[in-house]
Every structure is written in structure tokens, then in C-alpha cells.
Design a protein. Structure first.
Length: 325
């Protein structure tokens, strides 16, 4: 893998790569922020399109995991060809670019936002997702569980952390969305930064009648939605840009077979491993332990796929709507 290996780095550098992977996945996992972000984005879109609802903006989020799943197989090829660092830079650039484009796309409407914050963001995630794991395992081949656990922990924590940033930036008073009410007057909406429309009876409870809750389009809460994408793009560019500098795989040192026995003790003392190959297979990783076609012919393979699919679909439904109920 050109441009992403170094023979001078010791085993402990794997933990540096691990920390970098955690930072990268902290950014990637923010696709799960959509359940919180959609209340603000949908309310913003309703300014020009009053009939837009959460069922419409749900498609924005749907495009992200679709783009990720579509590109992840190619992500492995990119790493084999260009190395983990260059693949990480490419994937990170797509993620940041998607956020910058979303600043303009959200002003255009749902289709443009689907392509930027949805599909393009997901493609970037698919490219960079496995880069930290691939790099870290070359240093820590006997700690695959630790490597995967720490990196994916960052993915899970991303939404938890960034949701605080989103709320603080868009809704510092933590005002609650309300039912639109008659003629979208939002009679139950109260917020220090908003003045009710003239003639609004704020004591009236209109009832939702099956409708969802939104922020009033005339309030200032949705105002900063476009700039939020720029803010997140700036944060992610700093974190991902810094972290990808450390995505360097450990190059394996080749020693002639005739001298292996003589140098084995010195290699052990200097923490130099003596593999037979210089590619990923030398650290115990293979392209596929079981051929794909064999898995597709196996009943167990389909059961595992079905279990993963059912679990994933249920989780994605909740992640996209957890604040709209």
C-alpha cells in the first residue's frame, strides 16, 4: 500500500492509531444525530414548503446508510490500492464536503439535501469506515477485539456528543416543538426568543390530531440550520484531518529464511516481527475466510444476514425519529 506504511514505528504506535480511529468514528457516527436534527431541519423546510413533514425528511437519513452500504466493499479495494491514510483522506473529504454542500442544499429542498447530507455523507463514511481498523490491526494483530471495540465505540458516542453541540447552537433555551394548531399559530409554543403571533391564545391546547410537533417557522430556532452544517464541517475537517495523519500501517520486515533462526532472538528483543508476507494476510487477516458464493449457498449465511437486516432496520427506524414522538 503506497504511502501508508512505516517500518520505523514500534508496536505501541498501534494505540496511537487506535485513538485516531476513535476520533474519526466520533465524526462518522453523527449520522445518528438525525433523530434530533430532523426537528430543526424539517421546521426550517416548512418555511417555504408548509406541507413538509417528518415522513418526507426521513428520506434524507435513509440515503446515508444506503450510500455507506453501497461503497463499503469498494472501500477495501481503495485501501489495498492507495493505503489507509489516502483512503481516509478521501473519505473524510467526502464527509466534510457533504456538510458544506448541505449548507446550500437545505435552502433548495429535500432532493438536494438527500444527495448531500444523505447519500454523499454515507459514501464518505463507507470509504473511511474500516481505515482505522485496518491500520491498527497491523500493529496489534493479537488484539482485534480491542481494536474493533474502541473504534466502533467512537461511532456510537458520536451522536451523543454532537447532539449537545447541535442543541446548544440551534436551540440554546431547549425550547420544545409543538403542534402547529389552527392556521399554524402554534398556540402552545413558548420560548424566550420568540413572540407569539398577534391574537394567539397561548393557553389553548389545540391537540395534535395525529400531526407531528414542529418549531414555528417564524421563530428564530430554525434560522441557523444552514450555518450548522458549516460548523459541523469545520469541526469534522479538523478532527478527521488531524486523525488521518496517524493512519500509518506497520510495514513488516522481511528476513531471509536462512537467517531467521540466527536473528529470531534479536528480533524478539527489538520487538520486530518476522512474517512471511508484507500484505494484510501477514497479520492474520484474509480477504475472505469463506468464499462469498459459499456463504450465499449456506442456510446459516442467510440466517445471519436476516438477523443482521432485521436488527439494523429496527434500529434505523428509531434512530431517525427518536425526537419526533
Amino acid at each position: 500500500m503506497p504511502g501508508s506504511k512505516s517500518s520505523a514505528r514500534p508496536r505501541w504506535y498501534g494505540y496511537v492509531v487506535l485513538a485516531a480511529g476513535f476520533l474519526i468514528h466520533l465524526c462518522l457516527g453523527t449520522m445518528y444525530c438525525w433523530g434530533n436534527l430532523t426537528t430543526y431541519v424539517t421546521s426550517y423546510l416548512r418555511r417555504d414548503h408548509p406541507n413538509v413533514s417528518y415522513s418526507d425528511t426521513y428520506w434524507v437519513y435513509t440515503m446515508a446508510p444506503a450510500g455507506q452500504a453501497l461503497v463499503m466493499p469498494a472501500g477495501g479495494w481503495l485501501q489495498m490500492t492507495f493505503g489507509t491514510r489516502m483512503s481516509g483522506i478521501g473519505g473524510g473529504s467526502l464527509v466534510v464536503g457533504a456538510l458544506i454542500l448541505s449548507h446550500f442544499a437545505v435552502k433548495s429542498g429535500i432532493p438536494a439535501l438527500m444527495m448531500s447530507y444523505g447519500f454523499l455523507f454515507g459514501v464518505g463514511v463507507g470509504v473511511i469506515y474500516t481505515c482505522p481498523v485496518t491500520a491498527a490491526i497491523t500493529y496489534l494483530p493479537d488484539k482485534k477485539g480491542l481494536v474493533n471495540g474502541v473504534v466502533v465505540m467512537g461511532f456510537g458516542l458520536g451522536a451523543f456528543v454532537v447532539n449537545f453541540i447541535i442543541t446548544a447552537y440551534l436551540n440554546p433555551h431547549n425550547c420544545k416543538p409543538q403542534c402547529p394548531g389552527t392556521n399554524s399559530t402554534y398556540p402552545q409554543f413558548t420560548c424566550p426568543s420568540w413572540t407569539p403571533l398577534p391574537g394567539t391564545n397561548t393557553s389553548e391546547d389545540p391537540g395534535c390530531d395525529g400531526d407531528h410537533k414542529y418549531f414555528p417557522p417564524t421563530s428564530d430556532i430554525p434560522d441557523n440550520v444552514p450555518d450548522l452544517f458549516l460548523l459541523l464541517g469545520l469541526i469534522y475537517s479538523c478532527l478527521i484531518g488531524f486523525a488521518t495523519l496517524f493512519l500509518v500501517e506497520r510495514e513488516r520486515v522481511l528476513i531471509p529464511c536462512s537467517s531467521v533462526s540466527e536473528k529470531s532472538e534479536d528480533a524478539e528483543e527489538e520487538d520486530v516481527e518476522i512474517p512471511q508476507k508484507t500484505d494484510i494476510q501477514s497479520v492474520g487477516m484474509t480477504r475472505a475466510d469463506v468464499p462469498t458464493l459459499e456463504v450465499m449457498r449456506s442456510k446459516l449465511g442467510w440466517l445471519l444476514w436476516g438477523n443482521f437486516w432485521l436488527t439494523g432496520v429496527g434500529g434505523l427506524f428509531m434512530l431517525a425519529q427518536y425526537k419526533t414522538f
